[in-house]
Ligand binder design. Structure first.
Ligand code: ZN
Length: 333
């Protein structure tokens, strides 16, 4: 089976020859930059460089996926935030949050033509031509909760969830249109599946908050973005996996703070699961034996796609990332 068919089969709960290996968040490392001679921040600004660096997840690591959107700031810049695009060993960060009121949100008419969005669409098109029959090309959009952090600042937005829920709903309803716009454009450009990253993490958003504010919006996004959706939320999400299943998202990409067996027990057969090899300890400093052990636990629990829990630290050894793919092959021969 090609990586593309295996990944898509796994995401949609269909027939596959073995569990898939992949990541819908960034697996780029400084080591992969050294191997290709393509570095951050250039790879955020040039579609050819973005595509070629992203392709290493397939060509060097042996994953079934290629995910070209490395940062979480593409939409933010197009919406008027000031982004510091970082260095080769740092991810982009935001300098300024431009909004205080829902009326301050301005979705520009040329949103998709703004450089930080256009580059993503161009990179997806290039990858589709070169790797489209082999690997699954993965797009990425930020959900409205994450976009609100970017536009209003995390603290200001979280205080609003307590003080003024009506205003929060208004903001989320405006920002969900950004997610739909960028998601549809990436699907049209050739993305096989799209990561919906919405950082409604346990410490910052209670399960009730997820149910009331986000469950209806995530359900709507699944219906309006015309390709398989992988929801990514970091942190301990065991208290909301039930609600996530109700959105009918195709797959949930979960963190190592949820044990694979627990995630599977909570989700059952309602959605597919992707994850959840620990980043800061196992992948960053662990041995290939540690990785083998975690992969074995995930496979035994019935996780559909095995990969890192989230975007990996940039100094992660590539050999450890490759060890995930090697371990899955060894364990499923
Ligand atoms: Zn994450």
């Amino acid at each position: 089976m090609s990586g593309r068919r295996r990944f898509l089969g796994a995401v949609m709960g269909g027939r596959i020859d073995r569990p898939s290996v992949g990541s819908t968040t960034s697996v780029v490392t400084v080591d992969l930059m050294d191997q290709t001679g393509i570095y951050f921040p250039d790879a955020h600004h040039d579609p050819e460089k973005m595509a070629q660096l992203a392709a290493t997840s397939y060509t060097i690591l042996g994953y079934d996926t290629i995910a070209p959107v490395f940062s979480v700031q593409q939409e933010a810049e197009a919406l008027g935030c000031r982004v510091n695009w970082g260095e080769k060993d740092s991810m982009p960060t935001l300098r300024k949050h431009p909004c205080h009121e829902p009326e301050d949100i301005k979705i520009p008419e040329d949103f998709l033509e703004r450089p930080s969005c256009l580059i993503v669409l161009e990179a997806i098109k290039k990858l589709k031509v070169e790797y489209g029959s082999k690997a699954a090309i993965i797009g990425k959009v930020m959900g409205p909760w994450t976009l609100a952090y970017h536009l209003f600042g995390t603290e200001e937005f979280l205080i609003m969830t307590i003080d003024n829920p009506g205003k929060v709903k208004k903001i989320l309803n405006i920002l969900k249109e950004v997610t739909v716009l960028f998601g549809k454009a990436q699907a049209e450009a050739g993305a096989d599946a799209i990561t919906l990253a919405d950082h409604a993490t346990g410490e910052l958003c209670s399960p009730g908050c997820y149910r009331d504010f986000l469950m209806p919006i995530h359900t709507e996004l699944v219906n309006r973005i015309p390709c398989p959706i992988v929801l990514h939320i970091c942190g301990n999400t065991s208290d909301r996996i039930g609600y996530i299943c109700e959105t009918k998202v195709d797959c949930f990409h979960f963190d190592s703070r949820v044990l694979p067996k627990e995630a599977k027990k909570l989700a059952g057969k309602r959605i597919s699961l992707m994850g959840n090899v620990n980043n800061p300890e196992t992948l960053y400093t662990g041995s290939t034996e540690d990785i083998y052990q975690e992969v074995q636990d995930a496979l035994e629990a019935g996780i559909d796609i095995i990969g890192p829990e989230c975007a990996v630290p940039l100094r992660t050894p590539s050999a450890n990332l490759k060890a995930i793919a090697d371990s899955v092959r060894r364990l499923t021969l």
